[in-house]
Design a protein around this ligand. Structure first.
Ligand SMILES: Cc1ncc(COP(=O)(O)O)c(C=O)c1O
Length: 410
């Protein structure tokens, strides 16, 4: 009896360039600075650690490997709150007739602000982390939130959202249908505000603020790399559900480094690989069905339009990975080589590091390694975007060796 692993799919970006300057401009220095200043005004703010994995880098034949550890983000175990909190801040600042760069957290949570905005309800759909961030922000502002989750969502993630005071439930819809459903609820509520972490035609302002919020994570990592003596990452691996995160990271580095922008690889769960398929087709393509993957945060079948505009012009490659790559990454980061720090990295968090490890050690993927130019001079940056946000699944993968997409042959 043997095991075979499902294959990783990839495509180099050969799409003809279009003008993405308007959307790229959303991630320019002044917007990033405004988001960072807002985050810094939140009590308890600290940059999350950047784990330096020297032993693993040398084991894999890389110059350096760095993993941004978002399990430390505001005690929420995931990066997502960066987006939801900044979008809510920017929305309220606008209602107050002020620029978000002048409005810190203290002003937002003040009774005077509440008196001016009145009772609001923030609506969103989520696989877990975004909804928790929106509920957390609403709770601190003394406002309400309504959060819907797709079918199959983890009860532990639902409970974490309910603990933030949200009215939350798991629906029988997939992620993209849940977004449409909640949008209808928000539109029917005169005090409702849809705070969704993806854009579509006609719904762009709030997702743009969310992407600006995510850029804080990229900006922190960039600074931490410089402090570690790395002038710039040569390669960035960033995972994507709808792609707002990937677009934000790509946008940040494209603005910060221009022509010297790191080679960026977008990594998706095979069950929900809408960006990869869009890159293959040369136009936006959706993935439907139940989008079943252990990488719950990446289980989105319809891409964020703002992000796609950036990624189709700037990303180097789009990679579609089976779940075993994520499981490999989770174990690799949990049990480091001597001298390297451990990183508690959940299913959607570990996939970038897992992919880097596979590319450097499995000769079957030499073509992709070569296309990306990965080698001993590479300084690679990955984002572990969540910790053990589903603790039971985390333990089943890391402790018990659960490996969902190995096929047993016999
Ligand atoms: C932990 C984690 N990583 C990555 C992502 C992907 O972000 P996006 O949907 O913006 O591509 C998500 C989205 O929910 C997530 O929860």
């Amino acid at each position: 009896m043997g095991h075979t692993r499902e294959n990783i799919g990839w495509v180099a970006n050969t799409m003809p360039p279009t003008d993405c300057s308007a959307n790229l401009g959303l991630l320019g220095a002044s917007s990033v600075a405004a988001a960072r200043a807002f985050h810094a005004s939140i009590p308890g703010y600290e940059p999350t650690p950047l784990a330096r994995l020297d032993a693993l880098a040398s084991h894999l034949g890389l110059g350096g490997l760095y993993v941004k550890d978002e399990s430390f983000r505001f005690g929420l175990n995931a990066f997502k709150v960066l987006g939801g909190s900044f979008a809510v801040a920017a929305y309220i600042a606008r209602r107050l007739g002020r620029d978000v760069s002048e409005v810190g957290f203290e002003t937002l949570v003040s009774p005077e602000t509440k008196a001016q905005t009145g009772e609001l309800t923030f609506y969103t759909a989520t696989d877990g982390n975004h909804g928790r961030g929106v509920a957390w922000a609403a709770n601190r502002l003394g406002q309400k939130s309504v959060v819907c989750m797709p079918t199959g969502s983890s009860p532990a993630r639902l409970e974490a959202i309910v603990r933030e005071g949200a009215q939350a439930s798991i629906t029988d819809m997939n992620y993209d249908d849940a977004v449409r459903y909640v949008n209808g609820l928000a539109e029917a509520d005169p005090d409702g505000v849809m705070v969704q972490d993806t854009a579509w035609d006609g719904y762009e302002e709030i997702p743009a603020w969310i992407m600006q919020g995510y850029a804080t994570m990229a900006a922190e990592a960039d600074e931490q790399l410089k402090a570690a003596g790395v002038t710039r990452p040569t390669h960035v691996f960033v995972q994507a559900g709808v792609g707002s995160l990937a677009g934000a990271v790509q946008g940040y580095f494209a603005n910060a480094y221009g022509e010297a922008c790191p080679v960026t690889t977008v990594v998706e769960a095979q069950a929900a690989d809408c960006l990869y398929r869009s890159a293959c087709a040369g136009e936006l393509v959706a993935v439907g069905g139940d989008l079943s993957t252990i990488m719950a945060g990446l289980a989105c079948g319809e891409a964020c339009t703002l992000s796609w505009d950036i990624l189709r012009n700037r990303a180097r490659a789009f990679v579609s990975v089976p779940d075993w790559v994520s499981g490999h990454g989770m174990r690799l980061l949990a049990a480091p080589l001597a001298g390297d720090p451990p990183v508690k990295s959940g299913e959607s968090g570990a996939v970038g590091a897992g992919l880097v490890s596979v590319l450097m050690t499995d000769g079957g993927y030499g073509d992709l390694r070569q296309a990306l130019g990965l080698g001993p001079d590479s300084q690679v940056l990955c984002f572990s975007t969540e910790g053990d946000t589903d603790p039971e699944m985390y333990r089943s993968v890391v402790w018990d060796g659960f490996n969902p997409s190995y096929r047993v042959q016999g």
